[in-house]
Design a protein around this ligand. Sequence first.
Ligand SMILES: *Cc1c(COP(=O)(O)O)cnc(C)c1O
Length: 307
Amino acid sequence: MQSVINLQELETTLGINYAASIQQPIEHPLLEQHDVAIEVKRDDLLHPVVSGNKWRKLKYCIHDALCAGHEHIVSMGGAWSNHLHALAYAGKALGIKTTGLIRGEEQQVNTPTLQDCQDWGMQLQFVERTTFRQLREYRHHADPPAQTYNGYWLPEGGASTLALKGISELAREIDTSSGQVFVACGTGTTLAGLIAGAGTYPLTGIAVLRAESFMQKDINTLLGNQPANHSWSLNFDYHCGGYARSNAALDEFVHDFELQTAIPVEPVYTGKLFYALFSLIEQGSIASGSRIVALHSGGLQGKRNAV
Ligand SMILES: *Cc1c(COP(=O)(O)O)cnc(C)c1O
């Protein structure tokens, strides 16, 4: 039986603050020199823990699970997963049991992220690579892992079609007077939600991993292969060697960016996003006079990974 769960009450309990997600202009000598304006949509400020796009993606999934009477949500991720971190915290705050399936063996993957997840009551189960890879194929909440683990199944990174609904709300908050929007892409779900959302501004996704062979297709699948209002594209030139890989140039950029703008970023997602943007501006690939909105999607807990 479906019960009525008030989503706004859930968000109040959790402490989500949409008003905090302002659109903030930044200053940097490079921007002045090239006459490009960047505003940062500060979705990292939605909540101190439940990080930006992860709450946007989770909200309708959690609501759906609760409305259908589920008391247990099961998902998967790596040892630094922002998605599991947000889910574990939300589960604790909202009284929902959570389980996280983690790639690897327990001895190898004791990270501060997983420690937090456990402290917030998430059950961790470690699965080996082949199983983990198979689990990635399940994208619907009632897929086989739901039976195996007896709960509501959420795919890795919260990459479900219901996630698009929350991101569409974000799309409507973005003010883009004649501008274009840039966003960091892991699964591509956030970009898909922006494409599905209101508006017609051009969108560029910066891939933070080697995803040339699947990200475009995954986004089209999430969109139900419907034609989009937006012109959108993916850029694969700034993954810096792969997911969570870094190099000296990226590390230096992150440091400089934070000094110049006082906006915290981390090297896994938003660091690569701004690194790409600044590099494209410097090369002249982004024309002078351009107006850009960059989405700060949160994820700052991952900073603990940086050495
Ligand atoms: C997960 C994450 C992303 C990637 O989002 P997708 O919807 O998977 O593309 C981007 N930025 C941050 C900070 C994230 O945590």
